[in-house]
Design a protein around this ligand. Structure first.
Ligand code: UD1
Length: 417
């Protein structure tokens, strides 16, 4: 199993290019099951999670080619299977996103309860409530869900919480349902808008994506299309935070500045200079960061996926910061690892109180989940001595060539296999 080794503090300098968003590509791959035509996705980052999603749709009968030029072709002309392998679904929660497309296209699916990062219980009740309201017959047992629907029917669905996955799953199912589906209290994340754009190019009739009410009028069939997913706002945010924490000067290129606004706002509050351009953002920090209070919220609030990276930054800020996690109930596993590096953190329920220290010290730590791993890299870049991060496979699920990108900015980081 590989390890990332970081030696001594550095100041990141230079330009980093951001890849396509993992959380946009995964639902788009699932949505390709809605048509028998070929869909072509361009500029796809060959992340581990993307490879899992490719295996999932392939296991159902779709022909999939991930080419060397990062083009992903998916042709689900024949869906031969509606039973998904337990091992694949357990690996990644997002594989559950095939449920909506499968119900809409073939009217049945057997799928195990999903896995993914161990960041709380992460139920799927909102997805299931939506499908039930649309007329699907759902049974649960032995860790599996079986669902069947001859023809889904449009319905008004109010989500108790604006779940990203439930909004996407229901939106995809609704595209081929009979009549109008209205999703209220829908998630407003940019990835929802990207999926809606992809579905619209396939011929779906969707209005309101990016607001809390989405209206989908079902159509008879969808056609193939070509798509480039939006840039990864969390990868961009991670590099923005790393630049700030190391008091560096980095141009984060290939982003949509609007998508990272909550991150930009916090960086400015921390005393960092942030320059926004059309498709890039420059982050320049010359002084020690100021402490800041943060509460994670659904978009356009501060993203939960940036909670651990910003915690690493405030660990070396001047003063005391309070970070409150409201989206997931168990997303503080990185704290024990940060403490091994000399961070001063106390947990009080869903809040972490962080007293900034001048410098962290390198230690052997482990990535407990994807974003926790990214946070440890940032901390390693601010630490005296040697940091060794194990369980790097978590990081590879969502960041492509992270050590190469960091090295190009001057970080002393290597991967040992
Ligand atoms: C997506 C992102 C993930 C991000 C999260 C929140 C993908 C592939 N993953 O995950 O990176 O951290 O959004 O921005 O896009 N919930 C329920 N019942 C449900 C569904 C969700 O109670 O049926 C709860 C979850 O337990 C969690 C909260 O709602 O507490 C948010 O989850 P959700 O928005 O669904 O996140 P994901 O789609 O899993």
């Amino acid at each position: 199993m590989s390890t990332l080794i970081i030696e001594n503090p550095c100041q990141l300098q230079g330009t980093v290019n951001i890849s396509c968003a993992k959380n946009a590509i995964l639902p788009v791959i699932a949505a390709s099951l809605l048509t028998e035509d070929k869909c072509t996705l361009e500029e796809v980052a060959a992340l581990e999670d993307v490879k899992v999603m490719v295996e999932v749709v392939n296991s159902l009968g779709a022909e999939v080619n991930l080419n060397k030029d990062n083009t992903l072709e998916i042709a689900a002309s024949n869906i031969v299977n509606h039973d998904t392998a337990y091992e694949l679904i357990r690996k990644m929660r997002a594989s559950f996103l095939i449920m909506g497309p499968m119900l809409a296209r073939v009217g049945k699916i057997r799928i195990s309860l999903p896995g993914g990062c161990a960041i709380g219980s992460r139920p799927i009740d909102l997805h299931l409530k939506g499908f039930s309201a649309m007329g699907a017959n759902i049974t649960l047992g032995h860790g599996y869900i079986e669902a069947q629907a001859d023809k889904l029917k449009g319905e008004s669905i109010y989500l108790d919480f604006p779940s990203v996955g439930a909004t996407e799953n229901i939106m995809m199912a609704a595209c081929l349902a009979e009549g109008m589906t209205i999703i209220e209290n829908a998630a407003e994340e940019p990835e929802i808008v990207d999926l809606a754009n992809f579905l619209s190019k396939m011929g779906a009739k969707i209005k309101g994506a990016g607001t809390d009410t989405i209206r989908i009028e079902g159509v008879q069939r969808l056609k193939g299309t070509t798509h480039v997913a939006i840039p990864d706002r969390i990868e961009a945010g991670t590099f923005m935070m790393a630049a700030a924490a190391t008091r560096g000067d980095v141009l984060v290129d290939g982003v949509v500045p609007e998508h990272v606004k909550p991150i930009t706002a916090k960086l400015k509050e921390m005393g960092v200079e942030v320059f926004e351009y059309e498709k890039s953002i420059r982050v320049k920090a010359t002084e020690r960061l100021k402490s800041v209070d943060i509460k994670t919220m659904p978009y356009p609030g501060f993203p939960t996926d940036m909670q651990s990276p910003i915690m690493s930054a405030v660990c070396v800020a001047k003063g005391t910061s309070v970070i409150t996690e409201t989206v997931f109930e168990n997303r503080f596993m990185h704290i024990n690892e940060l403490k091994l590096m000399g961070a001063k953190i106390k947990v009080d329920g869903r809040s972490a109180i962080i007293e900034g220290v001048e410098r962290l010290s390198g230690a052997k730590v482990k990535a407990t989940d994807l974003r926790a791993g990214a946070a440890l890299i940032i901390s390693g870049l601010c630490a005296e001595g040697r940091t060794e991060i194990s369980e790097v496979y978590h990081i590879d699920r969502g960041y492509i060539n992270i050590e190469e990108k960091m090295r190009k900015l001057g970080a002393n980081i290597i991967r040992r296999e």
